[in-house]
Write a protein that binds this ligand. Structure first.
Ligand code: ATP
Ligand code: MG
Length: 230
């Protein structure tokens, strides 16, 4: 497989936090994720899972090593270019949904692109409606997050992550705050998006049943990659 088939390529990634008594959160991680792949990351608390996801998602910068996303070396991007890249390529889904409590479902989904509305080649509200409808929330467009169940809130968050048609979805414990059945529905939805739309999915989970949905499971321990299996 040539390198263009990898949407994420990580080479000797190191992340230290703090100075003096620093913590090495990632220790020489080398990893590639193929375009269209669904990869689950597992590992004990503190093993570096969120750190890895945040670095791939350009929310933080490495101490050393290289990350390439969709052919772009993240180390070459600064400031606005980094934010533009993140907005164009990446969608995030978090454990605590991170919806704005005072905005309804439709507004939450539109929010990431609201400042850029004029330059878009499509109608933002129509696209937000379409995404919410596709994931079964057409009856909940004008509900505030507090008026939605946990599973519904996570669906809204998934629609929000999809609003920019990202190439890559990064999900950190997306089912961690949901009961088992609803968690299964959410991971099933992500799996469906992965299979039907070829969306690449990198998902952190403590839950073996969730991880078993992935094409590949990666194990982190003390900031190191243990093995690679399926
Ligand atoms: N901002 C930070 N400053 C200092 N240390 C940090 C910071 N963020 C994480 N760490 C440390 O880095 C290590 C990896 O943290 P990380 O959040 O990546 O773990 P995790 O695998 O996501 O854990 P969990 O399963 O509990 O979410 C831990 O030792 C943590 O204490
Ligand atoms: Mg974490």
């Amino acid at each position: 497989m040539s390198s263009d088939h990898f949407i994420v390529q990580i080479e000797s990634l190191i992340k230290d936090y703090g100075d003096g008594t620093s913590v090495r959160a990632l220790d020489e991680v080398t990893l590639s994720v193929a375009s269209g792949e669904f990869v689950a990351i597992q590992g004990p608390s503190g093993s570096g899972k969120s750190t890895l996801l945040n670095l791939i998602g350009t929310l933080d910068t490495p101490t050393s090593g290289q990350i390439t996303v969709d052919g772009v070396d993240l180390g070459t991007l600064r400031g606005d270019a980094l934010a533009d890249f993140r907005r164009a390529k990446i969608g995030f889904v978090f454990q605590l949904f991170n919806l704005v409590p005072t905005l309804n479902a439709l507004e939450n989904v539109m929010l990431p692109l609201l400042p850029y509305q004029r330059g878009l080649g499509f109608k933002l509200e129509a696209r937000a409606r379409e995404l919410l409808t596709r994931i079964g929330l057409e009856e909940r467009l004008h509900h505030l997050p507090g008026q939605l169940s946990g599973g519904e809130q996570q669906r809204v968050a998934i629609a929000r992550a999809l609003i920019n048609s990202p190439s890559l979805i990064l999900a950190d414990e997306p089912t961690g705050n949901l009961d088992t059945k609803i968690g299964e529905e959410i991971v099933g939805l992500l799996r469906q998006l992965n299979q039907e739309q070829g969306l690449t999915l990198v998902l952190v989970t403590h839950d073996a049943a969730v991880a078993s949905q992935a094409d590949r499971i990666i194990h982190l321990q003390d900031g190191r990659l243990l093995d690679e299996g399926t």
